[in-house]
Structures are given as structure tokens and as C-alpha cells.
Design a protein around this ligand. Structure first.
Ligand SMILES: C=CC1=C(C)c2cc3[nH]c(cc4nc(cc5[nH]c(cc1n2)c(C)c5CCC(=O)O)C(CCC(=O)O)=C4C)c(C)c3C=C
Ligand code: FE2
Ligand code: FE2
Length: 356
């Protein structure tokens, strides 16, 4: 029997503090990232630490409220193990190995690259667990990969297949639609419209003006899922909305803010049924378990919205694992990736030089 081709898959995510003691170092890593905070060189040496210490008490409060830490690492490890199992089905033309690189918390990229190097893959797929591209997430992870992969010669030689994002990949849309349908089913039967509010992580508006494709990618996902839902449920009046959450710092961020939208829906649109959908996150973490499940649920109640459902995060939902394996297969069918101008491998170069 012919030997199977070895394919490494590197999943990227942001990471989160697993314990309350991990909160400050996590925040310091985040605020030190030039793709998150564009700091002038004179303040770079001390400002991230200062900002992390200032933010930490507030952040720790969030993590305390959800059981003392973020479940993001555990869920992402489970996603990786299930994806590897799905890809290594008996008829698969390749042998797959999947590892996880978190940007600001363990397992950091070195931990992910070591076992991949030992596996000696012929092909390497970079798959960010961010369905929508952003300089703050996708480019940050790819930039770190480009810098660190040089220390892993066997990996540097592997053919690179990059998935910059997958905002309208049909199996992803299907998995996301499933979470919303499940939530709609849980609403008590009534004749009122159903407001489906997609809530995405915000980013500063300045980024969008500089060419960050995040807002456009997010709007694409929401429009496509809205279309699928309306087609499948012609008997229901569905009202689709998009807002942004988790604003940090003094800059103007993308709007409208989710809390404002919930209040407006209640006050001006007579909302009775509200389904809140996490859109930029594929796993549960602080933003779903605290911000959505605690803060926004309370706000909906105070605003007299009778029925509130939060759509489950994709986590290890079988249709989502299936979507991830289809993304990998599609990436392998494409030519090897090459960024002709800057070789930054970011997938979101302003020069648009990253076509396959
Ligand atoms: C400071 C600016 C921030 C930008 C820009 C930002 C973009 C961004 N973040 C995610 C996903 C996650 N963020 C998480 C935590 C987190 N993010 C910021 C700040 C920015 N994020 C902070 C300060 C924190 C810490 C928590 C807090 O204090 O609010 C996490 C991990 C959380 C966990 O519980 O594990 C994720 C995931 C996306 C998708 C995004 C832009 C598209
Ligand atoms: Fe964030
Ligand atoms: Fe580039």
C-alpha cells in the first residue's frame, strides 16, 4: 500500500486565562501585540504591563463569575482531537496531525510547532479559528507563525496551504444555522416576530478605515445565515440584526453596541423573542459565558424582553467539526500559498498580494 502523505494542521486561536492568576500575564501578552495595540516605540516597554495591571481586576471579575477561568483551551484541544480523528478516516489519502497555537496563553506557538516538526509533514495547513478575517486576530497569528517557523526547518520546507478565513464556507454557515434553529425551537410558541441578533466582537473603527476586512466578512456571514434561516422558516417572521460587543479602551469601536441594540429592540420594536448569536467566536469563553449569558440576559430581562435564548457556541458540535475538516480538504486542493510581495503570510496584506 502506498504511504499516505503527511499533512500538518495548525489551528490558531487567541487563548484565555485558565486561572485567575493567569489573567495579568494574558492581558500583558495581548496589550504587547502590535496588531492589537499600535504603540509608539517610547511607550512599548512599559505601557502593556501598565495597561494589563489596570485592566486585570475587571477581567478577573469576569472570569471569577464563570468559574475561575476560561474554558477556551480545553474546548480548542477537543476541537483539534476531533478534527484529527475526522481527517484520519480509513479512506483518507493523507495522515493528519493537528496542533493548537494560542496567541496570548498556553499552548503558545512553539509548543504547537515542535510536534508538527517531528511529524515531518509534506504539507502544512494554517487554519485560524476565526471565521472572519481581522488584522487583530488572523494577521497577528500569521505574523507570529512567520516569525517562529524559521526555527523549525522541517516545517519551513513543507508546502504551505493557508486559510485566511471562511466567512461564507457553506458547511460553516450550515453549522452556525443549526445553533440558531436549535434556539428558535426552544422559544415558547407564540405569534410574535423572532429577533435574531448576531453579536460579534468589536474592533476599533480606525482599523476598518485602514482596510481591515473584518466588518465586511462579518456582514457576509450574517447576511448568508439570515438568508438560509428565512428560506427554511417562511412561516416565521424573522428580524435579523448585527451588533458588536466587548469594547475595550477609549477609541471608537464598530457599532452599534450589543447592549444598545438590545435596549433599542425592547423600547422601539416591541421585541418579545430574542435569540442572541455569537458570531466571531467558535468556542465558549468569557464573551459568551459572561457577557452574553449574564450581562445581556439580565439586560434583556430588565428591558422586559419575555423570551431570551443564547445560541450555543459551535464548540464540538459534529457539523462544525465536519466543517473544519471540509475547510482543510478544500485548502489542500488549492495551490501552495505564496505571498509574492511581502511574504508576510498574513492573507490580508494591504497590497492584496496574497492571491494563491
Ligand atoms: C484591546 C483590544 C481588543 C481587540 C481589538 C480584540 C479583538 C478580538 N478579540 C477576539 C476574541 C477574544 N478576545 C478575548 C479576550 C479579550 N480581548 C480583549 C481585547 C481585544 N480584543 C481583552 C482585554 C480580552 C480579555 C478579557 C477582557 O478583559 O474582556 C478572548 C478570550 C477570552 C477567554 O475567555 O478565553 C477571545 C476569544 C476577536 C474574535 C477579536 C476581533 C475580531
Ligand atoms: Fe478580544
Ligand atoms: Fe503578505
Amino acid at each position: 500500500m502506498a504511504e499516505k502523505q503527511r499533512v500538518g494542521i495548525l489551528l490558531f486561536n487567541l487563548g484565555g486565562p485558565e486561572t485567575l492568576d493567569d489573567v495579568t500575564p494574558f492581558l500583558e501578552n495581548l496589550f504587547s501585540d502590535p496588531d492589537i495595540m499600535d504603540l509608539p516605540p517610547v511607550v512599548k516597554t512599559f505601557l502593556p504591563r501598565f495597561l494589563a495591571r489596570r485592566r486585570a481586576p475587571k477581567s478577573r471579575g469576569y472570569y471569577e463569575a464563570i468559574g475561575g477561568g476560561s474554558p477556551l483551551r480545553r474546548i480548542t484541544d477537543d476541537q483539534a482531537a476531533l478534527l484529527e480523528r475526522a481527517l484520519n478516516h480509513p479512506d483518507s489519502p493523507f495522515e493528519a496531525k493537528v496542533t493548537v497555537a494560542m496567541r496570548y496563553a498556553p499552548p503558545r506557538i512553539e509548543t504547537a510547532l515542535g510536534p508538527l516538526e517531528a511529524f515531518r509533514p509534506e504539507k502544512l495547513v494554517l487554519l485560524p479559528l476565526y471565521p472572519q478575517r481581522s488584522t487583530t486576530t488572523t494577521r497577528s497569528s500569521f505574523r507570529e507563525f512567520s516569525e517562529r517557523v524559521k526555527d523549525f526547518p522541517a516545517l519551513s520546507r513543507a508546502a504551505l496551504h493557508v486559510v485566511p478565513a471562511w466567512p461564507e464556507f457553506p458547511p460553516y454557515l450550515e453549522a452556525l444555522t443549526e445553533t440558531i434553529q436549535a434556539s428558535i425551537e426552544r422559544l415558547p410558541k407564540n405569534s410574535h416576530p423572532i429577533d435574531v441578533l448576531f453579536s460579534a466582537h468589536g474592533i476599533p473603527v480606525k482599523r476598518i478605515r485602514q482596510g481591515d476586512p473584518y466588518q465586511a466578512d462579518t456582514e457576509t456571514t450574517v447576511a448568508k445565515v439570515g438568508e438560509i434561516l428565512r428560506k427554511r422558516h417562511p412561516e416565521k417572521t424573522l428580524r435579523i440584526h448585527l451588533s458588536y460587543q466587548s469594547r475595550v479602551g477609549p477609541l471608537k469601536w464598530l457599532g452599534p453596541e450589543t447592549k444598545q441594540t438590545i435596549s433599542t429592540l425592547a423600547a422601539n420594536h416591541g421585541t418579545v423573542n430574542l435569540v442572541l448569536v455569537p458570531v466571531s467566536f467558535v468556542s465558549d469563553h468569557q464573551e459568551t459565558l459572561f457577557e452574553m449569558d449574564i450581562t445581556y440576559r439580565e439586560l434583556a430581562k430588565e428591558s422586559r424582553i419575555l423570551h431570551f435564548e443564547r445560541a450555543p457556541a459551535l464548540n464540538i458540535q459534529p457539523s462544525f467539526i465536519e466543517a473544519l475538516s471540509r475547510i482543510v480538504e478544500a485548502a489542500l486542493e488549492k495551490e501552495e500559498f505564496s505571498c509574492k510581495k511581502c511574504r508576510c503570510r498574513c492573507g490580508i496584506c494591504p497590497e492584496k498580494s496574497v492571491e494563491n
